[in-house]
Design a protein around this ligand. Structure first.
Ligand code: SF4
Length: 250
């Protein structure tokens, strides 16, 4: 029988969790971070207490008044508001056209993103570039950002409290960029921006509203790399996204 590494099992579980929802997983304790532990027979979800961090955020409200992305970046680049700052190599603010009509939102930086300080680099980033190209968007004409700006350890899903702490920065980016449409990649992005609790299956391919901006949810490119059979559904989603964009722009 083919032996699967722990990393592959965890990634597969995360994909299943995003597609079918949380109910497949048993929670052992009430509070805090989720880790996946492997036993000879099963892989189960265990919750561990999280370390509390003091609010060390320097000038509490300065960033609210930023008028440009550059200004905002400079004001939040040293953020230590949640535990994710402890393991980061680089803060990953986002990249792209400052007045883009389309924003793409992912979950958080992975290893390569953390190393380079840029979102969606590496294989998943290349696939995202290809997806955008397929619907006639150049990567340079959109703006790409994440729900959290520092890499979660072991690429785990950001915890709700980490997302809640970081999302105001993303919302400020959205208000500065003022896009016409947003494409959320994966369930974490959808949950974070739209506050939805449904599974990805229930959310993908539909349009939602975020402060007057049309938002669509589809698969995360990293999940597509692991599950190429989902590419067809993703293609249907992004074609719809492009069609709506063309209607808005007419
Ligand atoms: S993830 Fe967001 S809130 Fe947490 S330390 Fe990084 S920038 Fe600050």
């Amino acid at each position: 029988m083919k032996h699967l590494s722990k990393k592959k099992i965890i990634e597969a579980l995360k994909d299943q969790q995003s597609i079918f929802g949380d109910f497949l997983f048993e929670e052992k304790l009430n509070k805090s971070k989720i880790i996946y532990e492997e036993t000879p027979e099963i892989v189960e979800v265990v919750r561990e207490p999280i370390e509390e961090t003091p609010n060390l955020f320097q000038s509490e409200d300065d960033w609210h008044n930023a008028n440009t992305l550059e200004e905002l970046n400079n004001l939040i680049i040293d953020c230590t508001k949640c535990v994710l700052h402890k393991n980061r190599t680089n803060f990953v603010f986002g990249s792209g056209k400052p007045d883009a009509k389309v924003m793409v939102i992912g979950e958080g930086p992975g290893a390569e993103e953390d190393k380079q300080g840029l979102p969606f680099v590496g294989r998943a980033g290349q696939l995202l570039t290809d997806i955008l190209k397929a619907i006639k968007f150049e990567r340079e004409e959109v703006y790409i950002a994440n729900i959290v700006k520092c890499r979660p350890p072991e690429n785990r899903t950001p915890l709700p409290e980490e997302m809640d702490t970081c999302i105001p920065y993303l919302k400020k980016q959205i208000s500065i960029i003022n896009p016409k449409m947003i494409l959320c990649l994966g369930l974490t992005a959808a949950k974070g921006l739209l506050r939805k609790k449904e599974s990805l299956t229930a959310l993908r391919g539909k349009f939602f509203d975020y402060e007057g901006i049309k938002v669509m949810v589809t698969f995360h490119p990293a999940a597509l790399l692991r599950n190429p059979n989902w590419k067809k559904d993703c293609w249907e989603d992004v074609k719809k996204f492009r069609k709506m964009y063309d209607e808005i722009e007419m």
